[in-house]
Ligand binder design. Structure first.
Ligand code: C2E
Ligand code: CA
Ligand code: CA
Length: 421
């Protein structure tokens, strides 16, 4: 693997593939022939602003860019600069249009770059970028940059400051009334080299390194702001935040979290696992009572997946129990899981808690959970986790109704249209 030799510059070669997002909408709006020319305007603007970049169109809505620079970080910075350059409005026949680029790219040290390998890696990066909805620019010489948890934790404080950490929201829906009653905030990291990193890749490392406290306080602040914005739009539902067990016995964190929530004037809930409580029950339970006392509802997360103790379950000031998705995704294909889910629902109700099933992916699972008396559901069937703006439209358009009605609703609609027509 190539390394930096002191005194010698490693020159990087980059190939970026970029495509115009929303090209179809643009074509509808300006017409086929004008839209075809748009990509030429994009190329001209990029070349004018970045003379060292070679740019060619590679399709109606796509272009290929290549350049040399000194390091992989510089290449990532140039890709970001391209985005910004294209984000400036375009004037098309007197009308103003906003365009945006989706970029997938690859860089490698000059002496180590095989053209075919670079192009194929760039194509893969663009495919990944499309899938995750975020640019991906990789370093071929260091493919695991971003995989190393120690390295990731070094980068975390800066990533928070640079706006790379963001939240997605996933609704929880009450089965009987068919209304969205709350949402869960899930953290993500838009890493400049690695692309989108899911929490499974960095939460554990953040717990080990101690960065989880700062991260969670940042999340609480963000959620408070977002919940207030939701309420202002007429959707005053609580948003639940996942709190790592390790923080439940951290006096400093509990103090800061209580202060934020009390001052924030927003409806915030916490999700915690039982395993977290079992580790240090006395201080965890005392702190959970403190949260409950300032009006933070608590949900027990991942029920059934880890250690369980009825003795602790009874002592927790929780109002909601979430059945782990492990049991829910298998619900209609296993003999044992329906029994476990059914008895968990009964147990929670006996303890005066409401039950949420997470991981609801199919209409069949929803139907069975409804018959079993499950109070709330959450899962891909209703919505994947989505960014705040998309979540607002989801609520405004009440999209959960169609999602829960499934194919039957569209059938009825067709029937109605048939009669009217
Ligand atoms: P979790 O709290 O159990 O969150 C639910 C996970 O299930 C999420 O994964 C979500 O995207 C996924 N999921 C939702 N609906 C479905 C479905 O229908 N089917 C399937 N198969 N999966 C579904 P994600 O976002 O990758 O989060 C993983 C875990 O990371 C979370 O599990 C939670 O334990 C942790 N996490 C997420 N955000 C935070 C955070 O802000 N702080 C802390 N401490 N942990 C977090
Ligand atoms: Ca959770
Ligand atoms: Ca869970």
């Amino acid at each position: 693997m190539p390394t930096d030799v002191p005194g010698h510059r490693v020159t990087y070669r980059f190939i970026l593939l970029a495509e115009l997002e929303d090209f179809v909408t643009l074509r509808r709006s300006v017409g086929v022939s004008r839209a075809r020319l748009v990509i030429d305007d994009v190329v001209a603007r990029l070349v004018a602003a970045l003379p060292l970049v070679r740019a060619d169109r590679s399709g109606q809505a796509a272009l290929e860019l290549s350049f040399e620079c000194e390091s992989s970080n510089e290449g990532v910075a140039i890709a970001e600069r391209m985005r910004a350059i294209i984000a400036e409005p375009f004037d098309l026949d007197g009308e103003t249009y906003h365009l945006s680029l989706r970029i997938g790219g690859i860089g490698a040290p000059m002496f180590d770059s095989d053209e075919l390998q670079l192009i194929e890696a760039a194509e893969q990066a663009l495919a990944d970028a499309r899938e995750i909805g975020s640019d991906v620019v990789r370093d071929l010489a260091n493919p695991s940059a971003g995989d190393d948890p120690v390295q990731l934790m070094r980068e975390l404080p800066e990533a928070i400051a640079a706006g790379q950490i963001f939240l997605q929201y996933q609704p929880k829906v009450r089965v009987r009334q068919q209304e969205v009653v709350s949402a869960e905030a899930l953290v993500r990291w838009r890493h400049p080299v690695r692309g989108l990193i899911l929490p499974g890749m960095f939460i554990e490392a953040a717990e080990r390194s101690g960065a989880i406290g700062i991260l969670t306080l940042w999340i609480i602040e963000r959620v408070i702001a977002d919940q207030r914005a939701l309420a202002a739009q007429g959707h005053d539902i609580p948003i639940f935040i996942n709190i790592s067990g390790i923080l439940l016995s951290d006096g400093g964190f509990v103090h800061d979290a209580c202060a934020l929530v009390s001052a924030g004037g927003a409806k915030i809930g916490f999700e915690i696992t039982e395993t977290a409580v079992i580790r240090d029950p006395e201080s965890a339970i005392a702190n959970l009572r403190m949260f409950a006392a300032i009006g933070v509802p608590l949900a027990i997360d991942d029920y059934g997946a880890g250690l369980s103790s009825l003795a602790y379950l009874k002592r927790l000031p929780a109002s909601e129990l979430k059945i782990d998705k492990l049991f829910v995704t298998q619900l209609t294909s296993s003999n044992r899981d329906p029994l476990i889910v059914r008895s968990t629902i009964d147990l929670a109700h006996a303890l005066d808690m409401e039950v949420t099933a997470e991981g609801v992916e199919t209409p069949a699972a929803l139907a069975l959970l409804s018959v079993m008396g499950c109070d709330m559901v959450q899962g891909f069937l209703i919505s994947r986790p989505i960014e705040f703006a998309a979540f607002l439209s989801f609520l405004a358009e009440e999209r959960h109704v169609a999602a829960m009605a499934g194919p039957r609703l569209s059938f009825r609609r067709n029937e109605g249209q048939w009669k009217v027509g």
